[in-house]
Ligand binder design. Sequence first.
Ligand code: G3H
Ligand code: ZN
Length: 288
Amino acid sequence: MSLVGTKEMLKKAQKEKYAIGAFNANNMEIIQAIVEASEEEKSPVIIQASQGAIKYAGLDMIVAMVKVIAEKSRIPIALHLDHGTDYFQNILCLRAGFTSLMYDGSALPFDENVAMTKKVVEMAHVCGIPVEAEIGQVGKMDSSDEPGVAREKIKEFMAKPEDAEKFAQLTQVDILAPAVGTIHGCREPIAKLDITRIEKIRDLTGLPLVLHGASGASDEELRKGIAAGICKVNIDTRIRMAFTNKIRQYLNEHPEEIDPRKALNPAKAAAKEIIKGRIKILGSTGKA
Ligand code: G3H
Ligand code: ZN
């Protein structure tokens, strides 16, 4: 089927208290892994591309690959811009056929984040495309960070519920990503979600909430977060780890191999297993 938007998908998830996985696509094999896993789980899915992925693969190439795979599929698939920190990147993605956008002004002062998000929302809504925005700051873990250091970074930048309420009203954003206890790039499940904060933000805004940096959240934390109002769960690092570790293992075991497909096939299978496992935890199995 054709690509779908994220608004209806997330509203349904919000009502029925499950979450949709938003998996980062970095190449063709990962896109295939995301779709195959979601089809086997009969789950709707969000394929998201970051500005880095767009730079790597090319905007048109990403849209073409995702469109082709979606047309052949019977599950609802949305194509979402992840962490679009650039206003013009949002416009380019809209024009290229993305069905959902994110303006990430989390590094800006509150008023500037409001002003820029509002601009993107106004532009996207003319075309019927929903917009996600970030409030507070879901930072990034440095590879050298100890869990204690990461937890300190997390605490410092959590979203304030009253800011979230004001932000939602002023921007009319469709989907909200508040910093609530995770950090990007965690290779271990060290995150502790602030459930009370999630519930307050849910009650004050009524919006579908997104958990960024969800690779660092254990199954239990994810379940609690979803019960509190998280309906979109972003996962990248766990997929990268599974994919790249498999390539490394294959090439170590077969140092003479020159056919990249030999390493990429098991890597794709490993990514698919991770994605299937996450979908089961998110509760979106059978919701397509
Ligand atoms: O926007 C992307 C996600 O927040 C992914 O975070 O790499 O920690 O899973 P992660
Ligand atoms: Zn993120």
